[in-house]
Design a protein around this ligand. Structure first.
Ligand code: SF4
Length: 330
């Protein structure tokens, strides 16, 4: 593959990804809290807040992703995937990644439990998919390499959608699946059968296919292989599904992104006008960033929205803001 990381952008633009858009679509109020709520600290204004502790599910997913990336990387030698994966190398990466992110766990004990569980899960994955395992995936799954012989694992891509908007995404890997070029995405889930149902319509895979097909029209990927890995009570349950988007679906995806970005722009402007009129932050947010989560079940979905405390204490947000920290740079 001639893939060389490159950008379609000659100049700057606002960069955004799938989760940024999903936040808005699920609940504009949640988007506001995450990306736009003004926070004044030491005379500087920061935008957006985040819980002081990262959620257990996010940390678990991140540890497993890092380990799995190394597992796939370990089989590549001299620009070729040999299929010989080194599970010990992958387990060591999990340990190191957890150590680097220590501050995000409430204590060391909680961190060590998560490391141990994630390592057990990765070892099961290895026993299942490695050469000599229960269902060896090589050579049906082969990691593709770029023009310099480097594996196409954990790469960032970006593409302009026009009107100053730049969409960014990160692929877990680009692979040959049964000889055909596709992107590979790992998804950890405690309810993998429900995760599988969402794959055909998930906007993340549309975005990835839109960007990669536009960046590399000579080496077009034909779809995304979604690698669903069960966790908790479903640990050790592995499923895969190939998902493809038509040109019409990708066009709709693009227009939809621009529509959401325009809605965000209008809301930001409206909010600022209210502040200039002397309206409080909370009242101005009520006017421009509706709490759609209360209508889409998003407040309580999965382990619950991280801003539940703020929303449940409407009118007394000041007493709850101390539970959060600033998210973005000033
Ligand atoms: S608690 Fe519900 S309404 Fe509030 S930000 Fe979260 S999803 Fe939106």
């Amino acid at each position: 593959v001639k893939f060389v990381p490159k950008s379609s952008m000659g100049s700057g633009g606002t960069r955004f990804g799938n989760s940024y858009l999903n936040l808005w679509a699920n609940c504009p109020r949640k988007w506001f809290n995450s990306h736009y709520r003004p926070v004044e600290l030491d005379g500087e204004v920061y935008r957006g807040i985040a819980p002081r502790w990262t959620s257990e599910n996010l940390l678990r997913g991140s540890l497993f992703h890092e380990g799995l990336a190394e597992w796939y990387r370990s089989g590549v030698r001299d620009g070729e995937d040999t299929g010989e994966r080194d599970v010990d190398r992958a387990l060591a990466v999990i340990q190191k990644h957890a150590h680097d992110r220590s501050a995000e766990w409430p204590d060391e004990g909680a961190r060590d439990v998560e490391v141990s569980n994630t390592q057990i899960l990765l070892r099961r994955y290895h026993d299942h998919f490695a050469l000599g395992g229960a269902q060896p995936e090589f050579p049906q799954v082969r990691v593709a390499c770029d023009g310099s012989g480097q594996p196409l694992i954990e790469r960032e891509w970006e593409f302009s959608l026009g009107e100053g908007h730049v969409y960014t995404c990160r692929t877990d890997a680009i692979i040959y699946y049964r000889g055909v070029l596709v992107s590979l995405e790992h998804k950890t889930s405690a309810v993998p059968w429900m995760r599988l149902k969402t794959i055909p319509m998930d906007s993340q895979f549309a975005g990835e296919q839109f960007v990669l097909r536009n960046l590399f029209p000579e080496d077009p990927i034909s779809g995304t292989l979604v690698n669903v890995v069960g966790t908790k009570k479903a640990a050790g349950k592995f499923d895969r599904e190939l998902t493809k988007r038509t040109d019409h679906q990708l066009l709709r995806w693009r227009d939809n992104c621009v529509s959401i970005l325009n809605q965000i722009q209008v809301a930001k402007m409206g909010f600022e006008v209210e502040l200039q009129r002397g309206v409080s932050i909370e009242r101005a947010a009520d006017m421009w960033f509706p709490d759609h989560g209360t209508r889409t079940d998003h407040c309580t979905a999965y382990s619950g929205c991280e801003f539940l405390d703020l929303c449940q204490w409407a009118g007394r947000e000041d007493s709850k803001l101390g539970m959060y920290t600033k998210r973005e740079a000033a």
